[in-house]
Design a protein around this ligand. Structure first.
Ligand code: ARG
Length: 460
């Protein structure tokens, strides 16, 4: 098959080289963007008198037909035409004849591919932001039902202090809010037009980049053609934000896995989100959170991969940069699936309030409150800490909780303890007492929920 760049060659391409060089197997994902970019380009060429209106109409018509035929499977891609750009141009030639050759005037694949990637990522980031928001909505929905549900809060995975389950869930709302803000901010750097940079230095034709930017919805135009064709920061940035987001999803998944274990039994994931074991009939495995945790690795891998690919590249375009695509596509697809599954999984999980309550009722996570109680009665905190430590040790030995110790037993440690101690170290009270802004008290958590709801409503 004749190559679009065959003029200066006397031999056919080696077959392995053809395979290695081709990106059509994966960059066909840029079909819509490539067509869209070409239509904007040829509109501009006509407006600037670089091609005639008649030629432009023919080319646009042909592009739409090629688009349609590719979608319907009437024509197919060929490795010999290397990538999406040359496949489309060659199919366009089949469709409308030699006038197809005018489309590439004042353009290079270097500014073309960059434009496609910018268009693609803009669309995908906006879509991912919508999905992320539905995860936040699921969190708020669950949280609003569990303001008064109390479970142990952990540090070092050791019981620390009781917290409201809503408070625990909402921690993830704020992580995802930062992810969303990062993505929104990244659109500033994604929504810039490279087209018009040519291969590296610009073009000799009197083109109008503003017109193309306007038609494609770009807010800005790369001011430097060399930067325009070699910038892949916007993809690195996307992969970084995706990695942070996956890290959050992975931490949440880890908690769901722990919470649904036999040892915790704090939540039960819906059957629709679990799978069984082929050998052990009793098992219900949390495969989905495990996969979300597992898939985090590949997203980090794509970030490291692209950073490494780019680090030694001299300006401007180098073929190495063709390697920017698969990791980006895979990250988009991984994140899309992750967010799509996360929202309904969170909404349908059963929260085992009673088990959570029993856990805090019988642990020592109210010890800080015994110490604070003694402080309020005049004991210096350091001394109160020591007394409480001894009381806890005693209780552990007696296999009792602090709530189960009698006043007589408390007197061994401090004569300041009175009947009001029991109310002070009741789990509900322990939670309610942390009533500063950002604390876990039911009152503060309700305020937090209002803030979260307001944020969800704000940006529509
Ligand atoms: N398939 C190429 C890529 O994705 C398109 C750009 C090719 N440019 C070139 N000068 N060979 O990077």
């Amino acid at each position: 098959m004749a190559k679009l760049w065959g003029g200066r060659f006397t031999k056919n391409t080696n077959e392995l080289v053809e395979q290695m060089n081709a990106s059509i197997t994966f960059d066909q994902k840029l079909l819509d963007e490539d067509i869209q970019g070409s239509i904007a380009h040829v509109n501009m060429l006509a407006r600037c008198g670089i091609v005639t209106e008649g030629e432009s109409e023919k080319i646009k018509d042909g592009l739409k037909k090629v688009h349609q035929k590719l979608n319907d499977g009437e024509v197919s891609y060929s490795i010999a035409h290397e990538d999406i750009h040359m496949n489309i141009e060659s199919l366009l030639h089949d469709e409308i004849g030699p006038v197809a050759g005018k489309l590439h005037t004042a353009r290079s694949r270097n500014d073309q591919v960059a434009t496609d990637m910018h268009l693609y990522l803009k669309k995908q980031v906006q879509h991912l932001m919508g999905l992320l928001k539905s995860v936040q909505e699921a969190i708020v929905k669950q949280a609003s039902e569990h303001v008064n549900t109390i479970l142990p809060g952990y540090t070092h995975l050791q019981r620390a202090q009781p917290v409201s389950f809503a408070h625990h869930l909402l921690a993830y709302f704020w992580m995802f809010q930062r992810d969303l803000e990062r993505m929104a901010d990244s659109l500033k750097r994604i929504n810039i037009l490279p087209l018009g940079a040519g291969a590296i230095a610009g073009t000799t034709f009197p083109i109008d980049r503003e017109m193309v930017a306007e038609e494609l919805g770009f807010d800005a135009i790369y001011p430097n053609s060399m930067d325009a064709v070699s910038d892949r920061d916007f993809i690195v940035e996307f992969l970084s934000h995706a990695s942070i987001l996956m890290m959050h999803i992975s931490r949440l998944s880890e908690e769901l896995i722990i919470w649904s274990s036999q040892e915790f039994q704090f939540v039960e994931l819906d059957d629709a989100f679990c799978t069984g074991s082929s050998m052990m009939p009793q098992k219900k495995n949390p495969d989905i959170p495990e996969l979300l945790r597992g898939k985090t690795g590949r997203v980090y891998g794509h970030l490291m991969g692209l950073l490494t690919t780019l680090k030694g590249l001299p300006l401007t375009y180098n073929k190495d940069m063709q390697e920017d695509k698969e990791g980006m596509f895979d990250t988009v697809e991984t994140l899309t699936m992750a967010l799509e599954v996360l929202a309904p999984m969170l909404l349908t999980m059963e929260v085992k309030k009673e088990n959570m309550y029993q856990a805090v009722r019988n642990d020592y996570s109210n010890a800080t409150d015994l110490a604070d109680y003694l402080v309020r009665k005049g004991t210096p905190f350091r001394e109160a800490h020591e007394i409480t430590g001894k009381a806890v040790l005693y209780a552990i030995q007696k296999q009792k909780s602090l709530l189960d110790l009698s006043l007589e037993e408390y007197y061994q440690f401090s004569n300041l303890v009175d009947n009001d101690i029991y109310a002070a170290i009741e789990p509900e009270q322990v939670v309610a007492a942390r009533n500063n802004m950002g604390g876990t008290s039911q009152e503060q958590v309700k305020k937090q929920l209002e803030m979260a709801e307001q944020i969800l409503n704000e940006d529509g």
